[in-house]
Design a protein around this ligand. Structure first.
Ligand code: FE2
Length: 506
């Protein structure tokens, strides 16, 4: 079945009730929940914007198992009448009825609106934005990580969805958690029990888990409003994953390559990510925001060697252990060098785990799953930043369920050559929920002069505001996650002037 443009417009009027109103600041008003028999129950999403194209995503919930033909369109206006590109896609069981379209022919630095239609039903309208391809003097990004469904409401997603001042959202992983309900957060009280209720192991498990998360109205809202650039961390697979296994994987759960392939496949089906045309899974990729910033996204999870204990000093420094794997590492060095040579003002490293040192060289580290646990890899990066004279680099991290601002020195007590911002969790329990970590933090901080800010009680997000003169990070926290709310408060801000690699309180 293929609808003509005229039929499409006719259905627009006929099913106007399904279309959202437009809010005052150009934001789309949040949609009403989809009825149980609706085809589009998981909303829409966009991602991996370039200056001429963007990925569009939706999922169909068919009544039977037959493939469904889906029309898509992207337009310059929110009623989807000034159509710029359109087409047809097929939703079928082999991709869990998800639909992904690489919509091209777009203009740079523009806001677009998009929607899907199938069998006379329409999705909500999503809003997205292309990247600039030339001079630009401003970039605003919300940085997110660690959304644990049973632990609480996605109030942070609601807050970010409400912002009308963002170019895009970076999601640094733990978009889902794999655990059985009750193992890490019990959703019984809030009626937020993730499906399946057991730990996710099979392809079906992971798909059903994504469907639970994407049925959440606040997660749907943030996808509807902003394009995402996302990478996975460990919980899209399982806790403390590395390339050959994971702490939370045992032989009774089958072989690791099968589980990893299932987890990756479901992730790529459900996320608006432009998939690399390679036989290996390659998540690392980069984005050019005009002449203002290059955004380099890393996979510090899926390609790494195995973790060693935090007191295994020799193992921590073993140059044969790699966090990135050799191909990604040389790709990173090449991207940074090229960005610097091109005269791009800022370099942003979007990645999962904290880069900054939490212990001096030769001393046991408290968390060996971070860059601290791969010190030879970190040394190679720092060495290359210095030898290639890479400047104006901001490293972004999630994973730690806390808010950090740090200067990054080349050596333990040397001058800084980069800065790092860590974004807190959307709803996972904050770092200081562990009383031992809270109690130990003052003593730890006293040994870390390069760390300028640590807050371990809040859920929230990091807002990056970037101009040609300075890069600024502000942390916004929510009052809690146990009641649904759109409240937020700015709790801290730090500025890095271009050329300084130093942080000053804003
Ligand atoms: Fe997490």
């Amino acid at each position: 079945m293929s609808l003509t443009r005229r039929q499409f417009l006719w259905t627009t009027a006929a099913s106007a009730v399904l279309w959202p109103d437009i809010g005052s600041a150009g934001a789309l008003r949040a949609q009403a929940p989809a009825p149980g028999d609706a085809l589009f129950q998981h909303g829409v999403a966009s991602g991996d914007p370039l200056s001429d194209r963007v990925m569009l995503w939706t999922r169909v919930t068919p009544q039977g198992g037959q493939p469904v033909e889906v029309q898509w369109r992207i337009a310059g206006d929110e009623t989807l009448t000034q159509v710029v590109a359109s087409g047809t896609a097929r939703a079928s069981a082999d991709r869990d009825f998800t639909v992904k379209v690489d919509a091209g022919g777009l203009q740079p630095a523009r806001t677009y609106y998009y929607g899907f239609e199938a069998a006379g039903q329409r999705s909500v309208v999503g809003r997205t934005r292309t990247l600039p391809d030339a001079f630009v003097d401003r970039l605003r990004i919300a940085v997110l990580s660690c959304a644990n469904y049973p632990a609480g409401y996605f109030n942070v997603y609601r807050c970010v969805a409400s912002r009308a001042d963002l170019d895009l959202v970076l999601h640094l992983g733990d978009y889902i958690y794999e655990f059985e309900n009750g193992v890490y957060g019990d959703g019984s009280g809030l009626l937020r029990i993730p499906q399946p209720p057991r730990e996710t192991v099979s392809l079906t498990d992971y798909r059903v888990r994504y469907a639970t998360y994407r049925a959440d109205p606040d997660l749907q809202a943030v996808h509807q409003q902003h394009p995402f650039i996302a990478v996975w961390d460990d919980h899209e697979l399982t806790n403390d994953a590395w390339r050959g296994g994971a702490a939370n994987h045992n032989p009774g759960e089958g072989d690791w390559p099968t589980r990893r392939a299932a987890a990756y496949r479901a992730y790529l089906e459900w996320m608006p990510i432009r998939e690399a045309r390679t036989t290996d899974v390659r998540l690392y990729r980069d984005f050019r925001f005009g002449t203002l910033a290059d955004i380099v996204m890393l996979d510090t999870r899926g390609l790494r060697d195995r973790q060693v204990p935090g007191d295994d000093i020799e193992g921590l420094n073993d140059p044969a252990r790699s966090l990135l794997g050799a191909p990604q590492e040389s790709w990173l060095f090449d991207r940074l060098r090229t960005s610097q040579q091109d005269g791009t003002v800022w370099r942003l490293l979007g990645q999962q785990i904290m880069f900054s040192r939490v212990a001096p060289p030769g001393v046991p580290v408290p968390l060996a799953d971070l860059w601290d646990g791969y010190q030879a890899s970190r040394e190679r990066v720092l060495e290359r930043l210095a030898s290639d004279k890479i400047t104006d680099l901001a490293i972004l991290a999630g994973d730690l369920h806390s808010s950090w601002a740090s200067e990054v020195p080349r050596t333990w007590d040397g001058p800084p050559i980069a800065v790092e911002f860590v974004t807190p969790a959307v709803s996972s329990p904050p770092l200081f929920a562990n009383p031992q970590v809270r109690a130990g933090m003052p003593a730890l901080r006293a040994r870390l002069p390069h760390v300028k800010y640590v807050e371990g009680d809040g859920n929230g997000y990091l807002l990056l505001d970037i101009t040609r003169a300075r890069l600024r990070g502000d942390w916004f926290h929510v009052p809690g996650v146990l009641e649904r709310s759109a409240a937020e408060a700015r709790v801290a801000g730090f500025v890095c002037e271009r050329g300084s690699a130093r942080l000053a309180q804003a």
